[in-house]
Design a protein around this ligand. Structure first.
Ligand SMILES: CC(C)(COP(=O)(O)OP(=O)(O)OC[C@H]1O[C@@H](n2cnc3c(N)ncnc32)[C@H](O)[C@@H]1OP(=O)(O)O)[C@@H](O)C(=O)NCCC(=O)NCCS
Length: 123
């Protein structure tokens, strides 16, 4: 499972501060299994750059569709709302369950279409 790690130099020592893990599902599709950034480094664009870099690498290897599953809460908490905002504002759109390959009431699937020419942004 491809994993990309972000690090920062902290007093001359590289410190891992975040990662994104991807599962390749088929020739042209992949799923973001987890993207996480250490809370001390949140809100600095690291999560965006990790996601952008993963998409760039996937686009270069033939992937055209990247998905992410988020838990479906009847009453979303603040963290879930932030996560939803994070993915939606980075181009991930809710896939209607009727079109989903495997409808699942537990998760909401969001999908982003990526293109071979997509430039890596923010990295
Ligand atoms: C979601 C997450 C990866 C974002 O990483 P980040 O480095 O803080 O993200 P960035 O700085 O690139 O972007 C910040 C954006 O994410 C949103 N965000 C989501 N969760 C956030 C958090 N805990 N702290 C700060 N911003 C958060 C902000 O609203 C902001 O949106 P905007 O730029 O459109 O206004 C990070 O908050 C995290 O590790 N969360 C816990 C793990 C998790 O739930 N992952 C998602 C499901 S796999």
């Amino acid at each position: 499972m491809p994993t990309f790690v972000a690090w920062v130099a902290d007093h001359g020592v590289d410190r891992d501060v975040g990662f994104v893990t991807i599962e390749r599902q088929a020739e042209s599709s992949a799923e973001v299994r987890c993207v996480a950034v250490h809370r001390d480094f949140g809100g600095r664009g690291i999560g965006t750059r990790l996601l952008s870099h993963a998409e760039y690498r996937l686009a270069g290897s033939g992937v055209r569709s990247v998905s992410v599953k988020l838990p479906a809460f009847s009453k979303p908490d603040a963290e879930h709302t932030r996560n939803l905002h994070f993915f939606e504002s980075r181009g991930y759109a809710r896939r209607e369950e009727a079109n989903a390959r495997v409808p699942d009431a537990t998760y909401l699937t969001h999908v982003k279409v990526i293109n071979p020419g997509d430039a890596e942004t923010g990295a």
